[in-house]
Design a protein around this ligand. Structure first.
Ligand code: ATP
Length: 357
């Protein structure tokens, strides 16, 4: 990154007693970036976030905000704000006063305060309800008030820890788009903690995928999805066929029962190394007759999901999952029963060779 980063972590690590929960890590987050920290429960996301805020003291390493070390700067003096799932609005204060609270504490001049509060309310599309009390709002609207409150002071960085966790599925989806729109409009760096891969893909400029205290990959959503660097990332983001294979030469892989399979080898794996070939189900093609390079199999199960069919196909000793958009299922394929004979193929570029563990 050429300009100063909004956040820079150098060798940051955290242990609780003998329990290492965040392994030493270097990370840079750009200004105005929507950056997600994604991983399963207990992988260390919240601990990492708390070290950035200053709520948690790193065991070693250093945190920089806007180019300056803040290791000795308490949370309230760091140029950041936070939003949690369990945000607390003041129940006796109006929407307007909830959002204005921080500015009043800072003794912001009246006209400036009013302008900023109205701007923040417009940003979350709540400009029509300034006098309502939190109890008179829906869950989604309350969450918007909390969001307006987090950005009204224009901090350089806002950290959000699973802020949509309490909302129902439909509202979550709406809020994902809203959050992204808002972040673009205000130009604040958002650091978003989530275990929901779809949420991270939808909103982020970049994603850090964590597992067991380690950051495995940092990249944009399409790269994370198309070019996962490990078995964990491939299976945690979207669904993925992970086919056990062995390197039969420097650039060919073989699967027991199938023989050589199409795959792009990027890492240097020695001949004889156990690997997995990762292929997304939607990159596979299913036909009712053999095509060049296809593998014969039988349908063990098929499931209709509205916009697509998911087929489970047994080939050799391997069970593959293939997704076929409903509109593209040929009549011949659609009438095949479970147990019917099919052929599966995929392009070389769709198969990624990854370490086995
Ligand atoms: P979740 O999505 O469930 O919130 P997470 O990825 O945010 O999980 P953390 O909350 O960072 O994970 O926790 C990582 C690990 O550190 C867990 O094993 C947790 O039990 C442990 N841990 C967190 N805080 C403390 C603490 N104050 N003392 C001891 N162990 C802790």
């Amino acid at each position: 990154m050429t300009q100063t980063s909004a956040v820079r972590l150098r060798g940051i690590t955290k242990s609780f007693g003998s329990n290492l929960v965040v392994e030493p890590l270097d990370l840079e987050i750009g200004r105005n970036e929507f950056f997600s920290i994604l991983g399963p429960s207990g992988c260390g996301k919240t601990t990492l976030m708390r070290m950035i805020t200053g709520f948690e003291t790193p065991t070693a390493g250093s945190v920089e905000l806007d180019g300056k070390t803040v290791d000795r700067v308490p949370t309230r003096q760091r140029d950041l704000n936070m939003l949690f799932q369990s945000y607390a609005l003041f129940p006796h204060l109006s929407v307007y006063e909830n959002v204005a609270f921080e500015l009043r504490v800072r003794k912001t001049a009246k006209a400036e305060l009013d302008r900023r509060v109205r701007e923040a309310l417009a940003l979350v599309r709540l400009e029509d309800f300034p006098q309502r009390k939190p109890s008179e709002l829906s869950g989604g609207q309350r969450q918007r008030v909390a969001l307006a409150r987090a950005v009204v002071g224009r901090p350089a960085v806002v950290l959000l820890d699973e802020p949509l966790g309490a909302l129902d599925q439909k509202l979550r989806k709406e809020m994902q788009f809203e959050l992204k729109r808002m972040q673009r409009e205000v130009g604040i760096t958002f650091i978003y903690v989530t275990h929901d891969q779809e949420e991270a893909l939808t909103m982020s400029d970049r994603i850090a995928v964590m597992s067991k205290g380690r950051v495995l990959q940092v990249a944009g959503p399409t790269e994370i999805y198309d070019a996962p660097n490990s078995r964990f990332v491939a299976s945690f983001i979207g669904s993925c066929n992970l086919i056990d294979a062995v390197m039969s030469s420097a650039d060919t892989v073989e699967v027991a029962g199938l023989g050589p399979v199409p795959a792009t080898v990027t890492g240097g794996f020695a001949t004889g190394t156990q690997v997995v070939v990762a292929v997304r189900p939607e990159r596979m093609t299913l036909t009712d007759r053999p095509t060049e390079g296809s593998f014969a199999g039988v349908i063990s199960e098929r499931v209709f999901l509205g916009d697509e069919w998911t087929y489970h196909v047994k080939t050799g000793g391997t069970e593959l999952t293939v997704r076929v958009p409903s509109g593209e299922t040929s009549a011949a394929l659609a009438t095949l029963p479970e147990g019917g004979q099919v052929w599966v193929s995929w392009p070389t570029a769709a198969g990624r060779v990854l370490p086995a563990d």
